[in-house]
Design a protein around this ligand. Structure first.
Ligand SMILES: Nc1nc2c(c(=O)[nH]1)N[C@H]1C(S)=C(S)[C@@H](COP(=O)(O)OP(=O)(O)OC[C@H]3O[C@@H](n4cnc5c(N)ncnc54)[C@H](O)[C@@H]3O)O[C@H]1N2
Ligand code: MOO
Length: 408
């Protein structure tokens, strides 16, 4: 294989985003109930008035302009519930009993809430006890939106809130970008799954479980998740097959210098040329990326925490970018909560950290245990701290990336 030329982290990020850009833009129309987490491919405009009619915002009585000050007892002409439609115009000297959400009759100047009225003659008459302002407890048609108004910009990830808005505006379907199709291939003859007895020399794997769930939470469709033994031919065949039906093939393990680390040479073989063959960062330096046709081929480290850092600082931004979502990394400034003394390295470090806001300022505690082979500390990792320095004093300002919780 060609000589691996390590590149800076910033350069690697740029290159992987360039690879990701090639799969943007294919879109489909989906029923809104199936669109959670998808990204809008176009602006969504209102087709209608919401609410569609002027409506009561309190349970009470609809009264005319002449009567809202409460001069005389009013005759109750009838009762309007949400879902009814008032047939008659409201006349001075009369009122309608009205429920929250019901359309107000024509001629209504205010809805006087129940508590502000005295009920007379078994409910056939009322007296207003408090003067109601003009428009009191009335919501006008179109207050939430009118035809032609922008509801949701293009390139917005749809959360429950957006789907509620689309539903309220009567939109049955929405045009969204395709999910990136991702295959995950774990490698390593030492790996077994929970539920299998732990044999000598074997370990239970964790990277596949992390990647599948984190990628799903970040909008990917997992088309394949398989474990491939450390055999060059089998691995090459599995990668080529996966590349036919995927936008991304993501491997973990086998990317460094060992006798069974076949991933870089196979990816170079398939891609012709690698875009990234190693990154000057710690942890996570062993990282390879290339492309065959439109499929991105990514080799992540096998060490669980190195892979985790690579996911958050390189792969995740690219997966999001391929869905037209751009994230700005390491823009949060935080105060270091304690001194750090690390072995000096000539390149950037990413430290798994705890982080929280104290008096409006982010504070960050890099975990004591930064070994890339460990996994348990990930439960306590709220942020990644980026630093070129190996020695830093408490209270120094540093840049951090707050992490999403991969729940979905
Ligand atoms: N001579 C050199 N050796 C190493 C270098 C180097 O530059 N020169 N780099 C080191 C660094 S840094 C890292 S990171 C690792 C990367 O290793 P690989 O990506 O080749 O991964 P493996 O050797 O296959 O495994 C490393 C470690 O991780 C465990 N592993 C693998 N897959 C999983 C999984 N799915 N779940 C949990 N744990 C996994 C594996 O058992 C190993 O313990 O290389 C260093 N070596
Ligand atoms: O860069 Mo490796 O990721 O330290 O174990």
């Amino acid at each position: 294989m060609s000589k691996m030329v390590p590149i800076d982290y910033e350069e690697a990020l740029q290159r992987i985003l360039e690879l990701a850009a090639s799969s943007q833009n294919e879109a489909e129309s989906l029923p809104i109930a199936q669109a959670l987490g998808r990204i809008t491919a176009e602006e969504v405009f209102s087709q209608t008035h919401v609410p569609p009619f002027h409506r009561a915002m309190m349970d009470g009585y609809a009264v005319t302009e002449a009567d809202r000050q409460g001069n005389q007892p009013l005759k109750v002409m009838g009762r309007l519930a949400a879902g009814d439609w008032p047939a008659e115009k409201l006349q001075p000297g009369t009122c309608y009993k009205i429920m929250t959400g019901a359309p107000i009759p024509e001629g209504t100047a205010a809805v006087v809430r129940h508590e502000w009225c005295e009920v007379l003659e078994q409910g056939n008459m009322i007296r207003i006890l408090e003067i109601a302002a003009r428009g009191e407890s009335i919501q006008n048609a179109g207050m939430d939106g009118k035809p032609g108004e922008l509801l949701i910009p293009a390139r917005t990830r749809l959360y429950a809130e957006h789907l509620a808005i689309l539903s309220a505006f009567g939109q049955e379907r929405v045009r969204v970008f395709h999910k990136p199709r991702v295959s995950i291939l774990t490698t390593g003859s030492e790996l077994i799954s929970p539920g299998t007895p732990l044999l000598p020399g074997k370990i239970y794997g964790s990277n596949g479980m992390f990647l599948e769930n984190a990628l799903r939470a970040d909008g990917a469709h997992i088309v394949r998740h398989a474990h491939i033994p450390d055999q060059r031919e089998k691995l090459q065949e599995a990668i080529e097959n996966a590349a036919h039906s995927s936008d991304w093939v993501i491997l973990t393990g086998g990317v460094s210098k060992g006798d069974f680390d076949f991933v870089p040479s196979i990816l170079e073989n398939i891609a012709g040329k690698l875009s990234i063959s190693r990154v000057l960062m710690r942890p996570g330096g062993p990282f390879v990326a290339g492309k065959v046709n439109q499929c991105k081929l990514i080799g992540l480290s096998g060490n669980p925490s190195a892979m985790y850092i690579q996911y958050h600082v390189l792969l995740r931004p690219a997966i999001l970018y391929s869905q037209s979502e751009q994230i700005h990394l390491f823009e949060t400034r935080a105060r270091l909560a304690e001194d750090i003394h690390l072995k000096s390295v000539p390149h950037v470090r990413f430290l798994r950290s705890k982080a929280r806001i104290i008096d409006g300022v982010w504070h960050v505690w890099p975990s004591e245990q930064q070994s890339p082979g460990l996994v348990r500390g990930l439960a306590d990792c709220q942020a990644i701290m980026k630093s070129q320095e190996s020695q830093l004093k408490k209270e120094s300002w540093v840049n951090i990336q707050i992490l999403p919780l991969a729940f979905s």
